[in-house]
Ligand binder design. Sequence first.
Ligand code: ZN
Length: 80
Amino acid sequence: MGVFLAILNAKAEGAGRVVMAVDPRNTSRRCPECGHTAKENRPTREKFHCVSCGHTAHADTVGAINVLRAGLVRREAQPA
Ligand SMILES: [Zn+2]
């Protein structure tokens, strides 16, 4: 954990919150329905269309879901 994140964490804990570093790679390429990850899932900047299962959504929505899930997984793996 870098110094910046350590400071951010300390401040967040003081405020009663938990901050987690989430790897942003692939968060907007991974299908929230089936987990298929491919750059082809993003035909345009705004659009998400899974080439595996056909799931469609706004790219920002997919990214937000994946970041949230990645955070929850880390939290379960490393209980405070
Ligand atoms: Zn899919």
